[in-house]
Ligand binder design. Structure first.
Ligand code: NDP
Length: 291
């Protein structure tokens, strides 16, 4: 029997834990953690993401601060806002919604975020901390992917993990997290020779590519844990639908456990953002450990 990993339910429990940590911080320290989100421009998908983050943040009991700037805002003005948020003692987490308009360097803006408030875990400092195995803030989607894998087998030590995709946002940090779990990690990408053979070695197969159903059923080792990060909108039989980077139906026949799309990794991203914001608040305010 294949386990269908219920990302929605697991994300709900991560959100509940964050909310109870927020309640605890409020009652013991009289502090309400706050997340500031910066959105530049009118990108419709970004507006939806920012709205969802706002609702989830408030639901968790945290304060949500939104800064919506017009498309033609200069890079210097965005940087100035980030610096102001860095200096604001009431702000625990800062998230700059990507992509930024073309005239703004996201690299510069992101790296202006104070690393201890970088709840997306995208600054160079947090990437460095992750590689060095130091305490930092870890990107949300990879963090959520590992949480899902660990619901199947708590101890991932010694397992062969293959991560297909090496982006800064997903593939690379995911590989580092799996390494930290003592997996033997292979990172595959667009130049990998015989990707099918590489995937067949995986006890944990993670796909973060952006190509609908790239990973075929016969690339999956029997009993493997399959984590599909991909979210692709395709037209099929005259209807738009979301599919992952894994050929779900075929892979589900061989996998031991698999994440569906939608309802797998997707819901974990915002849940882990809340988790990171609570962590950031507790650490920078010296409030002790939170779950
Ligand atoms: P990127 O486009 O930044 O990276 C894609 C990676 O896939 C690259 O490393 C690329 O290799 C590799 N790749 C491309 N083609 C192939 C191929 N034929 N075979 C093997 N590897 C290949 O994408 P992201 O990492 O940002 O996102 C990946 C997917 O995850 C997307 O579908 C995205 O929508 C989804 N996503 C989902 C999130 C969620 O919340 N669930 C959050 C973020 C992303 P190379 O480096 O050699 O070019």
């Amino acid at each position: 029997m294949t386990t269908i990993i219920d990302g929605k339910a697991i994300a709900a429990s991560v959100r509940e834990k964050a909310a109870s940590a927020v309640a605890d911080i409020k009652s013991r320290h009289g502090v309400q953690p706050a997340l500031a989100v910066v959105l530049v421009g009118e990108d419709p998908a970004s507006q939806v993401y920012v709205r969802n983050k706002h609702v989830a943040t408030e639901k968790s009991g945290m304060r949500s601060i939104e800064h919506k700037l017009p498309e033609n805002t200069s890079e210097d003005d965005v940087v100035a806002l980030v610096r102001k948020l860095n200096d604001d003692d009431e702000v625990d987490g800062i998230l700059v919604q990507l992509p930024l308009p073309k005239h703004i360097s996201s690299d510069r803006v992101i790296n202006e975020i104070h690393p201890d408030k970088d709840v997306d875990g995208l600054t160079e400092v947090n990437a460095g901390r992750l590689i060095l195995g130091k305490e930092g803030l870890v990107p949300c989607t990879p963090q959520g992917s590992v949480i899902l894998a660990k619901t199947v087998t708590e101890n991932l030590s010694g397992l062969n993990a293959v991560v297909v995709g090496r982006s800064i946002l997903v593939g690379k940090p995911l590989a580092m997290l799996l390494l930290a779990e003592n997996c033997t990690v292979t990172m595959a990408h667009s130049r990998t020779k015989d990707l099918a053979a590489v995937c067949r070695e995986a006890d944990i197969l993670c796909a973060a590519v952006g190509i609908p159903r790239l990973i075929k059923g016969d690339w999956v080792k029997k009993g493997a844990i399959v984590i599909d990060v991909g979210i692709n909108r395709i037209e099929e039989s005259g209807k738009m639908r979301l599919v992952g980077d894994v050929d779900y139906d075929a892979a589900a026949e061989v996998a031991g456990a698999i994440t569906p799309v939608p309802g797998g990794v997707g819901p974990m991203t915002i849940a882990c953002l809340l988790r990171n914001t609570v962590l950031a608040a507790a650490r920078r305010r010296g409030l002790g450990k939170v779950e």
